[in-house]
Write a protein that binds this ligand. Structure first.
Ligand code: 5AD
Ligand code: SF4
Length: 488
């Protein structure tokens, strides 16, 4: 654990040099010129061939990646591409990758592998791979040598360089590698093409300094950089004015928003300012780190008008020994204290968490301690993961838990949690929930949406409910969903 701790300290020192790093306007202008050039090229192509070029963006991973992909798609549109959801008809394919677990990387590489055939059929096809996976050196080499038909790659910190890379590829035809450790200044003003007209992601900070010993994120997304409060407020104001109803602030560790700046405000201050924006909307944020989730944050939620009574607070393990090995820098007592304060100040708060099973050295006692914490806290929902060793992280070098043990613990955890989730949902039967409707569900007889606590609710609805708040009287509860009828 000394290794992890050293990394944390180093990150904090490095951070000193990265204060207030906002991308200079000249750089943004340069990229805008590249965008114009590509647009011109695409217009010319349409004039001569009669067809407009199409772009396809495929996204793996978390909401942060979804948000990045909305910017990639926004830039594509600004460059004159029409978006398509079919890779086969695309002239430009962008794959935004994830590195959090082995499985995510395997999936991305397998899809990129399939695109070889598309390129063989259409040699003019341009393929770009970006995101967390290709921010790792060994994966850059994989792409370089094993996927020679990939035209360019760029890391998470180089998102704003996408137009320049594409233009250069189109002009010179050479393969391009723009890799970084996710570290770059914050780029404002990139075009965004949002997937939804009523739910929006707003990134407020990038990167992570925590170096949890299992996690690849600090290596692929670099040091923490925050956006200025004014820029975030302006963006949220714009979204509310456009009719967005559900706005989620994103960051790897939102509680340390602006922590490394000398701007004189913190995450709670930002929340308070956003909460003052008039309109009918719900404000959420993720992810919070328990070590930084203090009373001020919880008071802010309690005293707010629009912040959802909901908190995602990854616990990771219920064993103090394992938490220490994970370099999480809190213990179960501190975690419990935070939960108690939350439940005192915001009694109806939905509380969700992340758990990793099979972290190196996890014993049966450690695992039993996790189950005990689950029973004690009773989370509404849990995102549980089997530990996946990540190259270059301290935990990958530790003594590993055998796969079959991990699998058994994972199943046991799910069983315990299913019962808890059901018991958390049952008291909602008979209540009326305000649900933001997402349209018709997989079951064509039912519409679905999410309540303030972000729980999924099914009800017989109609097309015009989509994107609106609907009151639903809950009639039945399952572990993962609520069912009811529209009211009033
Ligand atoms: N293996 C398994 N799960 C992981 N997570 C992060 N890194 C790993 C890993 N190497 C989980 C954590 C985190 C969530 C986003 O992913 O629980 O909170
Ligand atoms: Fe990874 Fe989250 Fe820990 Fe950062 S705080 S290292 S993103 S698990």
């Amino acid at each position: 654990n000394i290794v992890a701790d050293k990394r944390t300290k180093r990150a904090e020192r490095e951070q000193e040099n990265m204060r207030d790093r906002i991308l200079p306007a000249e750089e943004t202008e340069k990229q805008r010129a590249f965008m114009d050039w590509v647009r011109q090229n695409n217009d010319d192509c349409e004039r001569t061939s009669g067809v407009r070029r199409r772009a396809f963006v495929l996204t793996f991973g978390c909401q942060q990646n979804e948000a990045d992909s909305e910017k990639i798609a926004g830039m594509c549109e600004s460059m004159g591409y029409v978006m398509t959801d079919r890779a086969e008809e695309a002239d430009l394919i962008m794959v935004n990758t994830c590195a959090i677990r082995e499985h995510a990387e395997e999936k991305a590489l397998s899809i990129v592998g399939q695109y070889k055939h598309l390129k063989a059929k259409k040699p003019s096809l341009i393929i770009g791979v970006c995101g967390c996976m290709v921010s790792q050196e060994h994966r850059q080499n994989d792409i370089k040598f094993r996927y020679p038909y990939v035209d360019f790659i760029f890391g998470t910190g180089s998102l704003h360089r996408f137009p320049g890379l594409l233009a250069e590829k189109m002009q010179r035809g050479k393969r391009l590698y723009c890799v970084d450790a996710g570290e770059d200044a914050v780029a404002e003003g990139l075009p965004v093409r949002r997937e939804s007209g009523y739910r929006a992601w707003v990134s407020i900070m990038y990167g992570c300094n925590n170096f949890c010993s299992y996690c690849i994120v600090p290596y692929v997304r670099g040091r923490e950089r925050s956006r200025k409060k004014e820029d975030i407020v302006a963006e949220v104001q714009g979204l509310v004015a456009q009719g967005y109803r559900d706005i989620t602030l994103l960051g790897q560790n939102v509680n340390s928003y602006a922590k490394w700046s000398d701007w004189g405000y913190d995450f709670s201050d930002l929340l308070r300012e956003l909460d003052a924006i008039e309109g009918d909307y719900v404000l959420r944020f993720m992810t919070s780190h328990p070590k930084d989730a203090g009373h001020k944050l919880i008071d802010t939620i309690a005293d707010s008008r629009r912040i959802a009574h909901q908190l995602h607070l990854p616990m990771q393990s219920g064993s103090d020994r394992i938490l220490h090995e994970m370099n999480r820098r809190y213990d179960t007592a501190k975690y419990l204290e935070t939960v108690e304060y939350l439940r005192r100040r915001v009694p109806d708060a939905t509380l969700t968490s992340d758990i990793i099973v099979g972290f190196p050295g996890e014993t049966e006692e450690d695992f039993a301690a996790t189950l005990e914490m689950l029973r004690k806290i009773r989370f509404d929902m849990l995102f549980s993961f089997i530990y996946s060793p990540r190259k270059g992280t301290p935990a990958a070098e530790m003594e590993q838990v055998p796969d079959e043990v991990k699998g058994r613990r994972f199943r046991e955890l799910l069983e315990v949690q299913n019962e808890i989730a059901l018991s958390r949902n049952q008291p909602l039967v008979g209540s009326v929930q305000r649900v933001l409707c997402d349209g018709v569900s997989k079951n064509p007889a039912l519409f679905s949406g999410r309540n303030e606590g972000n729980k999924i609710v099914f009800f017989p609805g109609s097309e015009e409910d989509t994107g609106r708040f609907i009151n639903v009287r809950i009639e039945r509860a399952e572990a993962f969903a609520l069912y009811g009828e529209k009211e009033g």
